[in-house]
Design a protein around this ligand. Structure first.
Ligand code: ADP
Length: 391
């Protein structure tokens, strides 16, 4: 017949501590009948020695014993690293509540009253052994989890370090490329001006291509420098009025707005946020510039809207342009990813990756809502700053 202790593969060990040999015998045979392996001790001192050696799964401990009594034994068991996790059940003849509570104070998990009822003792032992097993499993799992978290944190720290190094490298490399490039561009211009008469039309055309290439490279280097600066040359956050941010971005885009005949409207008052004003101007500028650049046949219409989801401001830059296929919604935020050739729309493919970095540095997220041919809305969140109100 299966017994309580059959639940686990090796039978659980229960230590019974009592100064009366006859009590020990009765309890031991009751527990063995329940399928437990039993160890006995006839006093507190002996119990502590044996418990440290055998590490039983549970201790049934008599309260009134000569020498150190059950309470003191329990206190000492709980004070020792080797035995502190072993659950203790008191066997007490004491009927008054304060005495029973004293058992819990010294660390017992339960008590049974003498004269003992074998079935009740077995039921309580079974429950406490199972609980102790669960506690052990939980502690093991927590330890494993803590270890995994530590490993992951180390990996993240290493990744952050190598990202920072890469950014630094990109910054230095781009910075160092500026000078030779400036030299190439200025010598090309010199050749163009001084030797115009000596060059045939092919020669002038080739120089023109070279000048164009140098200009494109200058734009690319500037964009890369701006991109790597988000991480390396970041300024501390301060209260920033988004209204001013958008107005500054529009001043920077004046030529593109005038040339395209774009209409740019701010739909509702914009709030104050906590952030890096230079980066936020860059963010709005990129989004508005794209809204104008990727226009369809109609004159561009750009609307800037602001909502509030309770935890963050939600800003949208909406356009009436060519739109984007949903399959590209994630890809366009990756560095150098472009959906069009330079012939149709000029660009470096850095703008949206830069926007994503800026938004993420501000604790927000960015995404696009769009349908081909029906315009796009670039949305991003900025968490509410503590203490900054509406502009
Ligand atoms: P770039 O503008 O230099 O091409 P971005 O990183 O700013 O690079 O944009 C990546 C791509 O996302 C663009 O090449 C374009 O295909 C698409 N895109 C960005 N903004 C819009 C928009 N407002 N409407 C349609 N397509 C857009």
């Amino acid at each position: 017949m299966p017994t309580d202790a059959d639940i686990s593969r090796t039978p659980a060990t229960v230590m019974v501590v009592d100064d009366v040999a006859a009590n020990l015998q009765v309890m031991a045979s009751e527990l063995e009948r329940g399928g437990y392996s039993v160890v006995v001790a006839q006093g507190g001192e002996e119990a502590m020695e044996r418990a440290a050696l055998v590490r039983p799964d549970l201790i049934l401990l008599d309260v009134l014993m000569p020498g150190i009594d059950g309470f003191e034994t329990c206190r000492r068991l709980k004070a020792s690293q080797a035995t502190r996790d072993i659950p203790v059940i008191f066997m007490t003849a004491l009927s008054d509540t304060p005495q029973k509570l004293a058992g819990f104070d010294v660390g017992a998990v339960d008590y049974v009253t003498k004269p003992l009822d074998g079935t009740e003792v077995l039921a309580r032992v079974k429950t406490q052994v199972a609980l102790a097993e669960m506690r052990r499993e939980l502690a093991d799992r927590n330890a494993r989890l803590a270890q995994e978290v530590a490993v992951r944190q180390q990996a993240e720290a290493a990744l952050q370090r190598s990202n920072a190094e890469l950014e630094q490298l990109a910054y230095v490399a781009s910075h160092d490329m500026q000078e030779p490039l400036r030299m190439i561009a200025s010598y090309l211009q010199l050749v163009e001006q001084r030797y115009q008469d000596k060059l045939d039309s092919d020669g002038r055309e080739f120089i023109g291509y070279a000048v164009d290439g140098a200009k494109r490279m200058q734009v690319l280097i500037n964009d890369l420098l701006t991109y790597s600066r988000v991480g390396t040359k970041a300024r501390p956050f301060e209260p920033v009025a988004l209204q001013t941010v958008v107005e500054t971005a529009l001043v920077h885009l004046r030529v593109a707005i005038e040339e395209s005949g774009a209409l740019v409207a701010i739909s509702n008052p914009l709030p104050k946020v906590l952030g890096d004003s230079t980066q936020l101007v860059q963010l709005m500028q990129n989004l508005i510039a794209n809204a104008i650049k990727f226009r369809g046949s109609a004159a561009p219409e750009v609307r800037i809207e602001c909502g509030d989801d309770g935890a963050a401001w939600c800003l949208k830059v909406r356009d009436n342009g060519i739109g984007i296929e949903p399959v590209y919604f994630d890809r366009i935020f990756v560095l150098f990813q472009r959906l069009h050739g330079r012939g149709s729309y000029p660009g470096t493919g850095i703008g949206l990756a830069l926007c994503k970095r800026i938004v993420e540095r501000h604790g927000g997220r960015i995404w696009v809502e769009s349908k081909p041919g029906q315009g796009s809305a670039f949305c991003f969140t900025l968490p509410h700053p503590a203490g900054a109100g509406d502009a």
